[in-house]
Design a protein around this ligand. Structure first.
Ligand SMILES: Cc1cc2nc3c(=O)[nH]c(=O)nc-3n(C[C@H](O)[C@H](O)[C@H](O)COP(=O)(O)OP(=O)(O)OC[C@H]3O[C@@H](n4cnc5c(N)ncnc54)[C@H](O)[C@@H]3O)c2cc1C
Ligand SMILES: NC(=O)c1ccc[n+]([C@@H]2O[C@H](COP(=O)([O-])OP(=O)(O)OC[C@H]3O[C@@H](n4cnc5c(N)ncnc54)[C@H](OP(=O)(O)O)[C@@H]3O)[C@@H](O)[C@H]2O)c1
Length: 279
């Protein structure tokens, strides 16, 4: 049976579809935050047994409607966890794509609705994939920023590196999700002893007139403007890089970073870069 997760935050859960096994739990939507009409964060109740490493993704399932009882008709998609490993809830950042099966259901989701969450978490966009370094570059496009929030919520990250450089490429300024949250992090008690300084570099590609960089990330890396904006060179010796989001962007960055001598982890030997593609 699927596990019904009930917390003090919840009243009685409604009926949920019968489960074919013990792979998932039925969680409740606690809140929804719209950054734009097509970009939202959803916060869910968290089954106490759900464990993940920051950077991991979970598989979320949405049924076709409140009345649906058949788990076989649930649409499942992977989503990176945004929330911290120590949070009582699970949070995700999601974009609504045109004509997407999951997006169509996500668009109508309301507080109190059920979202299925597979109990296992997955992925290699985790700090243990990287050798020790001085700067951690977190390079995201669109909703690919999500896992970096979870990674930044770990106090250890703020001790292990001297500099945390978040680069977020979006079409419109309104899509710079969690920017204020990240900039406020150094003032939180949790990071009071932090060694690292955080730099947030926005890239806004389809809204002329903002002060942000406006070219695509591979171009900015190739011509040196990204390193200028960060105030640090990106080198094999000192830099560790994580890339998340658009697969074409990831492919281009990977080839540039490889040319600088950076490698992904191999046979359990940590490397200098790690990737997560969203499609
Ligand atoms: C490991 C992994 C982790 C993921 N984590 C997230 C996440 O945290 N947040 C999130 O919004 N999505 C994430 N995705 C994508 C997500 O799983 C779905 O693909 C997305 O929600 C759209 O689902 P859909 O059924 O509506 O459309 P789909 O049929 O799945 O996708 C249709 C098309 O939409 C485009 N697309 C899909 N996802 C995105 C995206 N995130 N940004 C821009 N274009 C996209 C692609 O061109 C894709 O071919 C992740 C994917 C993978 C593989
Ligand atoms: N964002 C919106 O305003 C919006 C609105 C409605 C629907 N949608 C749909 O939502 C989906 C996701 O859109 P999204 O904006 O979140 O994701 P996206 O298309 O991947 O764009 C996010 C950022 O990545 C950049 N990018 C795209 N391809 C790149 C590449 N090959 N190399 C480097 N950078 C690259 C984009 O720059 P560029 O601008 O140069 O591509 C943008 O800055 C799409 O299907 C879109 O049609 C988006």
């Amino acid at each position: 049976m699927g596990v019904l997760h009930e917390t003090g935050l919840l009243r009685r859960l409604p009926d949920v579809p019968p489960s074919g096994g013990t792979k998932w739990t039925a969680e409740r939507v606690l809140s929804i935050r719209h950054w734009t009409p097509t970009l939202l964060s959803i916060r869910l109740t968290r089954y106490r047994g759900f464990r993940f490493t920051p950077g991991h993704y979970a598989r979320l399932g949405l049924g076709p409607g409140a009345e649906e009882k058949k788990v076989g008709e649930v649409v499942w998609r992977p989503f990176s966890v945004v929330s911290a490993a120590y949070d009582e809830y699970l949070e995700f950042l999601a974009v609504l794509v045109p004509d997407g099966a999951f997006s169509a259901r996500l668009a109508t989701l309301e507080v109190g609705d059920t979202v299925f969450v597979e109990k296992a978490s997955y992925g290699f966009l985790t700090l243990d994939q990287l050798a020790p370094g001085r700067e951690l570059w977190l390079l995201a496009s669109g909703s690919g920023l999500g896992p970096f929030l979870s990674i930044l919520s770990e106090p250890q990250v703020w001790q292990s590196f001297e500099r945390l450089i978040v680069v977020h490429s979006v079409r419109q300024e309104a899509e710079l999700a969690y920017r204020e949250d990240m900039l406020a992090m150094p003032n939180e008690a949790l990071f009071a002893d932090a060694r690292a300084r955080l730099r947030h570099i926005p890239i806004i590609t389809r809204e002329p007139g903002t002060a942000a960089l406006s070219a695509r990330m591979p171009q900015l890396l190739a011509d040196g403007r990204l390193e200028d904006a960060a105030g640090a060179p990106l080198t094999r010796e000192e830099s560790r890089v994580m890339v998340c989001g658009n697969p074409e962007m990831a492919r281009d960055l990977r080839s540039q970073l490889s040319a600088r001598g950076l490698h992904t982890s191999r046979r359990n030997v940590p490397g200098q870069m790690a990737f997560e593609n969203y499609w």
